[in-house]
Design a protein around this ligand. Sequence first.
Ligand SMILES: *Cc1c(COP(=O)(O)O)cnc(C)c1O
Length: 381
Amino acid sequence: MRATHDERNPYLLLTPGPLTTTSTVKEAMLKDWCTWDDDYKHVVQSIRQQLLQIGHVSDDVYTSVLMQGSGTFTVESVIGTVIPNDGKLLVLVNGVYGARIAEISERLGIETIRFEQDETEPIDLEAFERHLQVHKDLTHVAVVHCETTTGMLNPLQEISKLVKAHDKTLIVDAMSSFGGIPIHVPDLQADYLISSANKCIQGVPGFGFVLARREALKQCKGQARSLSLDLYDQWEVMEHQSGKWRFTSPTHTVRAFQVALEELEAEGGVTKRYERYTANQRTLVHGMRTLGFSPVLEDDWQSPFITSYYYPEHEEFTFEAFYSRLKEKGFVIYPGKVTNIQSFRIGTIGNIDKEDVHALLSAIEASMYWTDERIEIESRI
Ligand SMILES: *Cc1c(COP(=O)(O)O)cnc(C)c1O
């Protein structure tokens, strides 16, 4: 479905979420729902089932839980619920989202080891394994799949092999990848996999969700360090009361998400969506290179979701001015987050296709004067 600008949506969001959604997803929010009524609970139950299908898991081995809030709230609910008081967590940190998991864990008073890696280089799997060997008392390992800081895709399958060889519980933050790239959860042997409504499934913000291995989650009763973020209690109510949430749920967002799931299916599922995102990203990087911009990451470990670019080496370049010009032309990009590198990011997920990317590239080309002097603009035209 081609994204179009209109007076209510004057610009496309080329960001890692919230992102550009279809008008049908937005229209789905025009109905008011009663949070404990059967009609609404059916919506919740059908979403929970579809999420299991996307992860290729069966309902008897895995379950899914939805949690109010932005994605971080769901991450916090997992970390705060599934790690017991005498547990110890190893976190892969190669960007701000890995660092955020470690910070959540430390705040909750959980013993935490950070496995810190360069943000722009692939992770050192041998060093990772040494951490698993040295810290014998580790119980859980948390990793981010796509580190949205840079756009790096971490080698989930290899990481999971090592984690499982050492018999640890695996928690995956697949926030910016789930639904946008095939993920076979049983192959990964992930115990908990986390994502949210407003990323690759192309819903609107308001809740996150967890695919959880039943046997693992069942052991977490009474363990949560928070009432509202108790993943076990949330699951128990949802599971045993046919899709009921414990507290007020984001009803409009949930219904919009159901439509987003239907649209994912209509597009041909995750594989087709992955192909579209990949085509978007390749078209963009190729065009950006032609315009003289360099991506921060090597192509080999770059994800199709978001790409970081170095600032152009021109003393007149400011991100703020560049951003404003692009926004005026109908495109919103994202500031960078890589430590020690001056960069900006462009997302290639959401309801956008290659034509939108070509339009963006034209807008970028027309915004590539690093000064406000009209003279210079005119000399370029
Ligand atoms: C978006 C994202 C999150 C959650 O961020 P929120 O702003 O809380 O929604 C967590 N991890 C990753 C990798 C993300 O991309």
